[in-house]
Design a protein around this ligand. Structure first.
Ligand code: MD3
Ligand code: FE
Length: 209
């Protein structure tokens, strides 16, 4: 039996097919206003295989020169990020147990061979708030361990419509995406996987988780 780390709540199929289609339409509008960009690692400049954009007051970006950070504008267009779609704010309100709204929503797009190495998300100040993740399109193999890179990890599949809340002791857990399972969903016309992560960035604020 799979035992998830403490603080991880996986809700398979939280969004039904209609809700997923509506959310994809919302995200297409976000991407039209704020095109996907290819993030690069600090210093090395090595490009990530995942393409990204954001919505919300702040967006997470990275490039060779300035590294990981949140900023209010798109790194290529210089424009403010579009608003977080109302449907996503509803997911946050229903599941986060956090009274303050998310300030950032990172949109990750994975083509068939994209992956994301094991990492911690620690560019936020408000670590009391959880991160709420929504998966759309092709399935992936997700891995999460503990707060040390060498801690044992568990792997599980995330399918389209799944939502995961990472709070409490899991908020600083190492995690990554080991692989995409191509052609496992017909939601996205050209395939691939979208992951949306709703985040609090700024000042600390107590939350239930
Ligand atoms: C656990 N994204 O954007 S979502 C990321 O599927 C990221 O695109 C992956 O890791 C994806 O940073 C995983 C699940 C997730 C996101 C953030 C977390 C799990 C997390 C932060 C802390 C702990
Ligand atoms: Fe992450």
């Amino acid at each position: 039996m799979l035992v998830l780390p403490k603080g991880v709540r996986h809700i398979p199929g939280y969004l039904d097919r209609d809700a997923q289609e509506e959310l994809v339409a919302d995200i297409r509008a976000v991407v039209a206003a704020a095109p996907l960009f290819t993030p690069a690692m600090p210093r090395s400049g090595k490009e990530m295989s995942v393409r990204m954009t954001n919505c919300g007051a702040l967006g997470w970006v990275t490039d060779r020169a300035l590294g990981y950070r949140y900023q209010a504008t798109h790194p290529v267009t210089g424009k403010p990020w579009p608003a977080i779609p109302a449907r996503l704010l509803e997911v946050w309100d229903a599941l986060s147990a956090c009274p303050r709204p998310p300030e950032a929503c990172l949109v990750n797009f994975y083509a068939d061979t994209a992956k994301m190495g094991l990492h911690q998300d620690r560019d936020e100040v408000d670590l009391d708030a959880p991160i709420v993740s929504v998966s759309l399109g092709d399935s992936c193999l997700f891995r999460i361990g503990g707060t040390s890179r060498s801690d044992r990890s568990v792997s599980f599949r995330l399918d389209s419509g799944d939502v995961v809340v990472f709070g409490g002791p899991s908020r600083l857990a190492f995690h990554g995406v080991d692989r995409i399972y191509p052609s496992t969903s017909a939601l996205l016309k050209s395939g691939g996987r979208i992951n949306l992560t709703l985040r609090r960035v700024g000042a600390r604020q107590a939350c239930a988780m």
